[in-house]
Ligand binder design. Structure first.
Ligand code: C2E
Ligand code: CA
Ligand code: CA
Length: 562
């Protein structure tokens, strides 16, 4: 078995090698030269017997001619193996040329001695035809995706290479279909395959004559569009078609299924890129689209390249910083609005590299959130904040709160509450002084685990704040079911509180409803006295913002407590 696969691979390597045309024409030259050589041998020696220069041996000239013809035939078969289309044509030409030479010899000499040679040629024509057909069939098989009938990755790479070497223009798109994991799990693979086949059909319907569609991975398609195509509009239509509900018949019951589509596209016009480079660029663009909810179709360009490179660099910096402890924590005071009494601090992570350069959390947190690095950062910040504030909190009792941020990923993972409590006990930190800030967004995702974690933490006495409130889709009634202790009104709402009546009404309502729900309310990002006055009118409990303090290093924060 493995021998067969190896020789297959070797054949593909030969057929796909950069020197493929060179090999082909080399074999052609050998075959033609041997045919011509054979003509000379027949002309010069005819039926005579030649004495060999060593010993007393002699052989008929026709035997040598047979060997030369075998070389020619082998070269022809090699041509067909290298390229079953062109090689086949060249092979047939060689055999016909050979038959023509033999016929001319027979007519000129009147001897039928070389007639078997012509018969050989006819046999070889059949052999060549047979091999060529066989290769065409196996090629079709090797280039086709069995689940959709579309050409596969190998077929795509070939077509792309041909296009790049022929005209060099056009667009290449990768379309990632999401949601199959859940569909397979909920409905079973059989239905997953039906939906995949339907998706392929829809893509083909939209693309039609404007390009070619390939199925390159489990749920990934490639599309090659010509340079005249209005690629943006075509791809938008494709995404719409793929995301439209797919009706499947499940034991007589019609079920509507949904998949998502994200597309990366690169313009290959006039860029002189290799096949690998085009595939890499398109992949980068597709991954960007897959990882950024707001982007459905992403076109590769130099800015994206720089962005991706920076992301990779920041990811490396985060890993290094975790390893060598370059992270540290600043604490931003939170105050009771009426009377400016200290409520506590929000712990905010900071990254300063040894060369003094600062990477802002606005940059590295979203990157860390795409990987599991955010879990490590949050764990580090929690432990450090508890260690640094343990003594102060023990002295002040439960009147001081240290607030830490957790990512949606973490709060929705089973066992999160136990992990937090493990550290609380290990450090000896008073649980009622700890507050966990979850974002409004994490309440939408993986609700079940999140609710369980929140409830467990509350039972241990830990406070729960909902961060960035007002930016997402959580309704207040949704929050009623959760033991949340604090709502943090987002800075974006506070920013416009003076100019926008809608914002004012919203903030007023959130504070009022929050109190009805037994929650306290804090406004964050307060920068002006005038904002403070309005929030005071609306009965907001606490504020956090530059108006009273920026985030402080630990020593400065400890001083504020004295
Ligand atoms: P956030 O949780 O909404 O944190 C508040 C951000 O607003 C902080 O920015 C803070 O410095 C800033 N801020 C506070 N008051 C004002 C103000 O009056 N004016 C202005 N312009 N800004 C103000 P920072 O430290 O850059 O943090 C950005 C975001 O990074 C945070 O937003 C939070 O989502 C995330 N983050 C920070 N530390 C952590 C952490 O340890 N873990 C996790 N998961 N996320 C963190
Ligand atoms: Ca926060
Ligand atoms: Ca916030």
């Amino acid at each position: 078995m493995s021998g067969g696969k190896d020789s297959d691979r070797r054949f593909h390597r030969l057929a796909d090698s950069r020197f493929r045309n060179l090999y082909l024409y080399l074999a052609f030259a050998v075959s033609i030269l041997t045919v011509i050589g054979n003509g000379f041998i027949s002309n010069l020696f005819g039926n005579s017997v030649l004495n060999l220069p060593f010993g007393e041996y002699s052989i008929p000239a026709s035997s040598i001619s047979g060997v030369v013809q075998a070389v020619s035939a082998t070269a022809c078969i090699l041509m067909v193996i290298i390229d079953y289309k062109t090689g086949f044509k060249l092979g047939i030409f060689t055999f016909l040329f050979s038959i023509f030479g033999i016929a001319r010899g027979i007519i000129a000499t009147g001897s039928m001695a070389s007639l078997p040679g012509a018969a050989n040629c006819v046999i070889f024509i059949f052999v060549t035809l047979l091999i060529s057909n066989q290769l065409a069939a196996s090629d079709r098989f090797a280039l086709t995706d069995s689940s959709t009938g579309l050409p596969n990755r190998y077929g795509f790479e070939r077509a792309l290479t041909n296009r790049l070497s022929a005209i060099g223009g056009g667009y290449v798109a990768y379309l990632h279909v999401g949601g199959f994991h859940d569909l397979n799990a909920n409905l079973g693979r059989k239905y997953g395959n039906i939906i995949l086949a339907e998706t392929a059909e829809r893509i083909e319907d939209v693309i039609g004559e404007q390009g070619d569609v390939y199925k390159i991975e489990g749920a990934e398609f490639a599309i090659i569009l010509s340079e005249t195509a209005n690629y943006e509009s075509i791809l938008e239509q494709t995404v719409d078609a793929v995301e439209a509900p797919i009706e499947v018949d499940r034991n007589g019951i019609k079920v509507n299924c949904f998949v998502t589509a994200n597309v990366g596209v690169s313009d290959i016009y006039d860029r002189h890129l290799s096949t690998e480079e085009v595939m890499m660029c398109t992949d980068v663009a597709m991954n960007y689209a897959v990882n950024h909810e707001e982007t459905k179709i992403c076109t590769y360009n130099d800015a994206l390249k720089a962005k991706v490179a920076r992301t990779t660099e920041v990811e490396k910096l985060i890993k290094e910083a975790l390893e060598k402890e370059y992270f540290y924590v600043q604490y931003q005071p939170q105050y009771v609005l009426d009377g400016k009494k200290l409520r506590g601090f929000e712990a905010l992570v900071r990254l300063r590299m040894p060369d003094g350069s600062i990477v802002s959390p606005g940059e590295f947190i979203p990157i860390a959130e795409k990987t599991d690095l955010i879990l490590e950062i949050d764990r580090y910040v929690r432990r450090r904040a508890m260690n640094e504030f343990k003594e102060i909190c023990e002295k002040t009792g439960d009147s001081l709160v240290v607030s830490v941020n957790v990512s949606a990923k973490e709060v929705s993972s089973p066992g999160f509450a136990d992990e937090v409590m493990g550290v609380v006990r290990e450090v000896g930190f008073p649980a009622e002084c700890l507050e966990i800030e979850i974002t409004e967004y994490s309440l939408i995702k993986s609700v079940e685990n999140t609710i369980a974690n929140i409830q467990d933490l509350r039972e241990y006495g830990v406070k729960i704040a909902v961060d960035d409130f007002g930016t997402g889709y959580t309704s207040l009634s949704q929050l009623l079911n959760l033991p949340v202790t604090l709502l943090k009104i987002d800075k974006s709402l506070i920013d416009n509180i003076e100019d926008s009546e809608i914002n004012r009404d919203f903030v007023k309502t959130v504070i009022y409803m929050g109190h009805l729900m037994n929650c306290e309310v804090i406004s964050e990002g307060v920068e002006k006295e005038s904002q403070l006055r309005l929030l005071n009118q609306y009965d907001c409990d606490f504020i956090q913002g530059f108006v009273w303090s920026k985030p402080l290093d630990y020593d400065a924060a400890a001083d504020v407590c004295r």
